[in-house]
Design a protein around this ligand. Sequence first.
Ligand SMILES: CCCCCCCCC/C=C/C(=O)SCCNC(=O)CCNC(=O)[C@H](O)C(C)(C)COP(=O)(O)OP(=O)(O)OC[C@H]1O[C@@H](n2cnc3c(N)ncnc32)[C@H](O)[C@@H]1OP(=O)(O)O
Ligand SMILES: NC(=O)C1=CN([C@@H]2O[C@H](COP(=O)(O)OP(=O)(O)OC[C@H]3O[C@@H](n4cnc5c(N)ncnc54)[C@H](OP(=O)(O)O)[C@@H]3O)[C@@H](O)[C@H]2O)C=CC1
Length: 263
Amino acid sequence: MKQEIFAPGLLTGKSVLITGGGTGIGLAMAQLLGELGAHVILVARTAETLEEAVTKLHTEHISADCIPVNIREEQEVTELFDTVSAKWGGCDFLINNAGGQFTAQALNISANGFRSVVDLNLQGTWQMSSAFARMLIEKGRVGRIINIVLCLQSGVPGMVHAGAARAGVMNMTKTLAYEWGEHGILVNAIAPGTIATSGLKQYNTDQIQKGVSRLPVSRIGRADEIAMAAAYLLSPAGSYITGTTLEVDGGEHLLGASDQIKG
Ligand SMILES: CCCCCCCCC/C=C/C(=O)SCCNC(=O)CCNC(=O)[C@H](O)C(C)(C)COP(=O)(O)OP(=O)(O)OC[C@H]1O[C@@H](n2cnc3c(N)ncnc32)[C@H](O)[C@@H]1OP(=O)(O)O
Ligand SMILES: NC(=O)C1=CN([C@@H]2O[C@H](COP(=O)(O)OP(=O)(O)OC[C@H]3O[C@@H](n4cnc5c(N)ncnc54)[C@H](OP(=O)(O)O)[C@@H]3O)[C@@H](O)[C@H]2O)C=CC1
C-alpha cells in the first residue's frame, strides 16, 4: 500500500537520523523512509534493540545503521553528531521521536519525576535539534526536523509533565522554524493520537478502548500512519511547510479534556 502512495526512490540519496528508531513509531518511520531509499540511522539507549532493528531492516534491503545514545545526556549528543559527521559527512533529516512518560495524577508527581520527563521530551529534543542545526550550518547544508509530540489541545490529564514538555516542543518548533528558515532548515511537528505500539503496554487496555471509541475516527491508529505523515513532510511535497504541527490522531484533538483518560 505504502509503495503505491509514495514514488519508489523518493528519498534516494537522503539520510535520516531517528531517535527511538528501534521500536514502535520510530521503527515504522525507519522502515518506510528506508523503503523509499533513505539511509536511516537509528538512535536510542538500548544497543540490543537497535541492533535487532538494523538486522531486520537489512533483511528488507534497507540501508541502516545504529548508534546507542541517551538523548538526555548533552555529551552523548555532541559525540553522536561528531560520529555522524565523521562517518557519513552529516545527515539531511532529524526525527526527534524518542520520548515518553509515566502516568500519574499531578499531586503524585515529585520534582524529580517532573524533571525526568521534561529532560527526555523537551531538553533531549532541544539538545538533538541544536546539535543537528549546528552541524548543518557548519557544513553549509540544508535539512529538516520533525518533532513527534502528543495530542494535547485539551490538557493531558494523568500526564501533566509530558503535556507541559510537549507544549514546549510545539512552541520551540515554531521559534526554530522562524530562526533557522534562513539556513534552509524546515522544522515541523507531528502530533500522534493513540497509536498501537508496544509503548502503550503501560496503559490500561479497557481505558484505551474506551478513549478510542469516542474518536471521530473510532479506531486506534497505526504506526505506519505516522510514518506516512513523516514521509510527506520530508518529501519534496513538504518543501514550503515549516513551523506547523500536523495532527495524525483520528480527530482526538477535537475532544474535550473530560473525554480523556485520567492517570
Ligand atoms: C482518547 C484515547 C486516550 C488513550 C490514552 C493513551 C495515550 C497514550 C499517549 C502516549 C503514548 C506514549 O507516549 S507511548 C511511549 C511510551 N514509552 C515510554 O513512556 C517509556 C519512556 N519512559 C521513560 O523513559 C522513563 O520512565 C522516564 C519517564 C523518562 C523516567 O526515567 P528515569 O529513569 O529518570 O526514571 P526513574 O529514575 O525511575 O524515576 C524518576 C522519578 O520519577 C518518579 N516516577 C517514576 N514512575 C512514577 C509513577 N508511576 N508515578 C509517580 N512517580 C513516578 C520516580 O519516583 C522518580 O522520582 P523521585 O522518587 O522523586 O526521585
Ligand atoms: N503510541 C502512542 O500512542 C503515542 C506515542 N507518542 C510518542 O511517540 C514516540 C514513539 O512512541 P512509541 O513508538 O509508541 O513508543 P516506544 O516506547 O516504542 O518509543 C520510545 C522510544 O524512545 C526511546 N528512548 C526513550 N528514552 C530515550 C532516551 N533518553 N534517549 C534515547 N532514546 C530514548 C526508546 O528506546 P530506549 O528505551 O532503548 O532508549 C524507544 O525506542 C514517543 O515520543 C511517544 O511519546 C505520542 C503520542 C501517542
